[in-house]
Structure formats: C-alpha cells, structure tokens
Design a protein around this ligand. Sequence first.
Ligand code: AGP
Length: 611
Amino acid sequence: MCGIVGHIGPNNSIAVVLEGLKRLEYRGYDSAGVCFKKELGELDLHKKMGKVDNLKEAIAPLEVESHTCIGHTRWATHGEVNDLNAHPHLSDTITIDDDRSISIVHNGIIENHNELRLEIKAAGLKFTSDTDSEVFLGLMVIELLANVSLHDAVINSFKKIRGNSAFVIIMKGSREMLSIKRGAPLVCGVNIGSGEALVSSDPYALVGTADDIIFPEDDVLCSLSVEHEGLIKFYEMDKSESKRYKLKKQEMSLEISDKGDYEHFMLKEIYEQPHLIRALSQYYTLGPGKELLASIINESPKRIHIIACGTAWHAGLVIKNFIEKIARISCVVELASEFRYRDPILFTDEVGLFISQSGETADTLAAQALCKENGLKTFAIVNVEGSTLYRECDYNLLIKAGMEIGVASTKAFTQQALTGFLMTSAMSDTLNADNIAQKFSLLADRIQDLLDNVTNIKEIAEAIYLHKGFIFTGRGREYPIAFEGALKLKEIAYVHAEGYASGELKHGPIALIDDLMVNIALISDELYEKTFSNIEEVKARRGVIVTIGPENDKNAISLSDYYIPLCLEGLEELTPLYMNVATQLLAYYMAKFKGTDIDKPRNLAKSVTVE
Ligand code: AGP
C-alpha cells in the first residue's frame, strides 16, 4: 500500500510531488523517492530509506526545479527496506539509448514476478533491486529494445503481470506521463487554468492543485501531457480512445491536519472522540444523513455478512451485537482476507456490510466485489468519501471521523461502531432522534470525563509496560474490545498481546499466566459473576490483574493489582465504546514509555491496499 504521485505542468513538479507524498505517507513510510526531468529531459533519480522528510533534506541542496516528476512512498512487500529497493526505479541507460530511458513507480503486487524475472534475466538485463516492481521496468525495457512505441511497451508489459497494481511511467524522450492500473487505486487530476495534470493512488494528494478528478477503470491507459487538449487522454488496451472513467469535481478539503497541542496525532484523535460522537448523532438524526437512514428503514435482509479487516473487523463484532440484539437480524462477521477464498454461500436476499476507514483495503474491496457479483446489496460504513469502497457500494454510511492520520485507528473505530448502531436503529425502525442524542451525548460525556482524568491510566501504564505479555479479556458485548485493545497495544507498543473471551482462558491460554503476564480484564454488568471467576482463576496463578470496570466495585478493588474505574451507568449497549477508550489510552501511554513511533509504527501503513 504505497503512495504514488505524478505531476506535469508549469509549476515546480518536484515540490508538488513531495507535498503529495507527505500527504500519502500514511500509506507507507519505509522509503521515499522522486524521479524528475532535467532541462534536456534527462531523468534524475533521488531516493532514500526512511520518511519523506529524509528525501526532502537530501534533495534540498540541489535547488532544482522540473516540470515533470513522479514520486513514491513505500510500504515494503518484496525486498527489504533500503535505498536500492526504494522507488522510483530507473532503467539503466546502457540497455537502451539515452532518449528512451524510463522511470516507474508502482503501488501493489506483481504476483508472477519470479517467473518474469527469469524471462528478463534471460534477455540479458540486470536488476538493481529485489523488488517485484522492477520487473515491470524490465519488461518495458525489453519492449522498447524491440522498438515498439511507449504506449505499446506499457500495454504489452502490463498484460504480462498478475496481481493488483498501479504504475506511473515517464520516459526521457516523451512528453507524456503514462499510468495504468488493475485492482489498485489510481486517480488523475487536472487544473486546466494552471495547465497542470496529476496522477496518484489517493485523491488527497491532488487536493489544492486539481479542480477535476478522474477515476479511470481497470486497464485504461491514462496519458498526461501539456500537449493534450484538456491535459489528459484515455486509451483502451487496443489503443482506441477510452471513455471508461468517472469525472468529478474535487470536493475533498485539505484538512489542515496538524497535531495542535498534542504530542501525537493518535492522542489528538483519541481526544476528538467526544466531539465527533455528538456530531455524528446530529448528522444522522437532523442533518444530511437523516435521509439516507430513512432510505434503509425498509431494508430487511435475511442475513447480514459484516466483512472487514483489523480494527474495522472488531467494530464489526460490536455492530453484530447491535444488529442481532436490536434488529434481530442474523449476522456473521467475516475476515475479508478469508471470506472470498472459502467459496461462501451467499443469497440475493442477504446484505454485505463492509467496514473500512480508508475504503481502499484490498481484501475488503475484493470481498465487496464478490458479494456484488452474487447479487447482494452492499453497504459501506466508511470514512473516506470518494474512496473505492465508497464508489462501489449501493449504500454509503459515512462515519464522519475526519482524516485519521495515526496509523493505529482510534476515533474511526468508535465512529464505525456508532454508525453501525445508527444503521441498526434505522433497519429496526427504532431510530428516535432524541433517544439517539441522549445516548450519544451520555457516551461523549463519560469519555470526556475519562480523557480529563488520565493520571491513573498513565501510572498503570508505567507500572506494567515492561511485562512479558498482555491478555485482554472480555465477555458478551465487551468481547470485541478485548481484541481491539490487544491490537492497539501490539501496533504501537510492539509488545505481545492477545484478546480472548474471558471464558476461553481456561481452555489453554491460562497456561501462559505467571507473575510476568498481565490480564487486562474488561468487566461490566453483563455476565459479571462469570467474568470475576475468570479473573480469580488468573489471580490464583499469580497473574497481574488490571481491571477496567464499574467504579466502586468491591470485587475489582479487592482482586485487582490495578483498577480503572468507569461510570457505566446508563450506557447499556454503548458500554464497550467507553471501555475501549480506556484501552486506547493504556496502549498510548505504554507506547510512550516504550518510546516507539506512535503515529507511524514500524512495519505498518494506514491503508493496506495489497492482499
Ligand atoms: C487499525 O489500528 C489498523 N491500522 C488496521 O487493523 C486497520 O484497521 C485495517 O487495516 C483496516 O483498515 P481500513 O479500516 O482502512 O479498511
């Protein structure tokens, strides 16, 4: 899930591309690079391991401008993280005459890269990196050595690769910037007034430059050139003119996302939750979302398949409880990465509900396509308006979380779950604006109380962060929060943590318990006694007990080594979302004590656009 950006036009393309890469760093930040045309068209490549700022520092002394530039910020799929494996890739000019040296950037995966690598080596070409992406460059060089046109070289090479991919290509002797994709996000943009054209893996990179954005479909060759009327042309693979693209006005605003007074985006986003919860209630009961909810009142599917990944999947587990308890509709929650490979049994009177912050997660998109092929209505609970998932689904329930910069999802989880609650209320025709406002406001108030009093959580984080491992447990509606709390801790503190249903511990995991293991136990009025007996089983084996549960609880006070008391009164089915904020804060402060990169944790990216 890399970020790719290309720009042509009278302004300094290098500056535009670097700014775009900065905005796309959430897609991956293992390395970054640019390749731009110098005065006489020769291609100049600069790339470095590490974040975009490293690259900016490296090229600042050049004090160079260009009017054609491509750039890339990488999340490594093939080949370790180093300078050589950074993109862009540049053809070695000795293999083709200088006028046809080419450079490419790639987002996605070339699944058949091994067999193609052999073919390219047999043609006498050498590789300078271990990446699958450089295989596409090699295929293009072979085509150009056979003296085909640049368009044919791209098309012929693209036909040979398998896997979801998007490419942007420039060649020294051509005024065109070409791009093509299949199964990976790609968006073009133009600003006729300023004579600029852009291409990227995310519309956000085009905000502030492009007035019109264009979403080409798969296998459409996009040609950007100042020589084209309208700056851009589209071709089918047979080189005929293509009309397979959607044009829309750029509506995304360039949210000036800065951390403000917060040390990390993640903390800022945790603290945004009370406000966002209230705004969501307004949006769907009194604002633009009201009509959409009204339109789904008559939807009464036989079954709902909730399909997502990671934190979104955990939100799906919470939403399943809402749907089954309130709407009494049968619900299954599926991991998107498993769903389509198990030949699922699907019926047209069922609904596919896809949950995704980015709307670009490859596994979730593929699952949605399968449901669509099988005639199911598809709903999205999604944050990014205009994302691929947003464009592909029949209904879009926006979670209105604003940009979530922290790779570890916090506010999006809460908004996803609450949007699911609203959807459920609509489907069960129990949507009452006052009731929703009261519930959401109470939740927001309680979360605000917690956010205003984090000293206890900070102290607990400092006391436990060096322990060997962490087992989060919960029952009933808190069970999903055990998973989500564990994931947050893994992601940002790099410690081993697992989420379990409390009743499951005795079926094996309790073997892990000793005085170096911490059980973070989520307790509410639901299955209270049973949950406490599970905690006592851990205590009996010298496990360290952290309870997150009802305030002034005598059992929690007597049994716990550490206790995070919460006022759960009146929250009822929204209780898990309150408790979850305590686990978000616990993970955040433990990571702070560990000194990790909380907003951009190692090995991760915000949007997983590869399978
Ligand atoms: C959450 O903290 C992680 N960053 C990850 O699990 C994420 O939720 C998952 O990749 C799904 O992303 P999406 O919501 O954009 O589809």
